[in-house]
Design a binder for this molecule. Structure first.
Ligand code: ACO
Length: 276
């Protein structure tokens, strides 16, 4: 199963959607059309019952070379300010709120270049696995700019201040191993193993219960901005929501089957126990 947009390709198998930024000839720089396409793709994937996990990656040797410096800034900014504003809002929304609170887990599979605005795509994803050989750079300073739009906030959310300011001020590049050392990504593997490794993680997560996955993500993300009291109240309500969504599942089946001695949840889920 697949969907095709002008600049984005989606391939679906085993409940995992591989979302490919697809302008390899332009290193997957985000043109206005790519922002429209990602907005449409994420909307479709949100409601697709065949999809439980998203893996976002780039075609060719690049993940995302940032904003399309020609199509976005050079051509649009001066010539059509209203459309520039519309696309800017769209660009910020899909990489920000839409991805951050997307109801399904998302993984960035970083296969190559990540520059500027590409950092916000990585930040928007819940997890990130990079090729050792990937090249990251906050190149804005190299053309006399700074990490504008959504990027400054993405850096503040995911990087240590020393790293964000060092790379933001020097414009130097770093590779996937360094990104892992800084915890900007979960870990890195050789490029030749990237797809297999990422898909193993994606399928493992796709095997878990969707309302529990969503609550895991919401519980973490919303708690970041809540007081302790508000978070306790929120998670108590969330617990009821998951119970209702699963029609009692986690309490009756999940804990119930452990108490019957069927499996040990500390060591894996019920599906894994059945496979043994
Ligand atoms: N915007 C527009 N076009 C781009 C971008 C971009 N961000 N990145 C690459 N391209 C284009 C190139 O202009 C080139 O087009 P052409 O074939 O019509 O000349 C094509 O993609 C291929 O790029 P090359 O430079 O030929 O590829 P190379 O492998 O030598 O270098 C690299 C790749 C390092 C990514 C280089 O293209 C580059 O420095 N790009 C700019 C990266 C950047 O600074 N991004 C903006 C960050 S700031 C922000 O997002 C707001």
């Amino acid at each position: 199963m697949s969907y095709n947009f002008e600049t984005v390709k989606v391939e679906i198998a085993d409940k995992v959607a591989k979302v490919i930024l697809n302008r390899p000839e332009k290193k997957n720089a985000m043109s206005p059309q790519m922002h429209r396409d990602m907005t449409a793709a994420l909307d479709q994937l949100r409601y697709d019952d065949d999809v439980k996990v998203l893996v976002i990656t780039g075609a060719g040797n690049s993940f995302c070379a940032g904003m399309d410096l020609k199509g976005f800034f050079n051509e649009l900014k001066g010539k059509d300010p209203a459309e520039y504003d519309r696309i800017t809002r769209m660009a910020t929304e899909w990489r920000g709120r839409t991805m951050r609170y997307f109801p399904k887990p998302t993984i960035a599979m970083i296969n190559g270049f990540v520059f500027g605005g590409g950092f916000s795509v990585v930040e928007g994803c819940d997890l990130a696995i990079a090729a050792d050989e990937a090249t990251f750079g906050l190149s804005e300073i190299n053309f006399g700019m700074f990490p504008g739009g959504a990027v400054s906030k993405s850096l503040a959310n995911t990087m240590h201040s020393r790293d964000a300011l060092f790379y933001g001020m020097t414009g130097r590049t770093f590779n996937g191993k360094k990104a892992a050392e800084m915890k900007f990504v979960n870990y890195s593997v050789p490029l030749a193993q990237l797809e297999a490794e990422t898909m193993t993680v994606a399928k493992e997560i796709a095997g878990k219960e969707l309302s529990a996955l969503r609550a895991t993500k919401d519980g973490y993300r919303f708690s970041l901005e809540m007081t302790w009291e508000a978070s306790m109240s929120y998670t108590a309500a969330k617990e009821q929501e998951v119970f209702m969504a699963q029609k009692g599942g986690w309490l009756e089946n999940g804990i119930g089957n452990f108490l019957k001695g069927d499996y040990k949840p500390g060591l894996g889920d019920q599906g894994a126990a059945k496979k043994k």
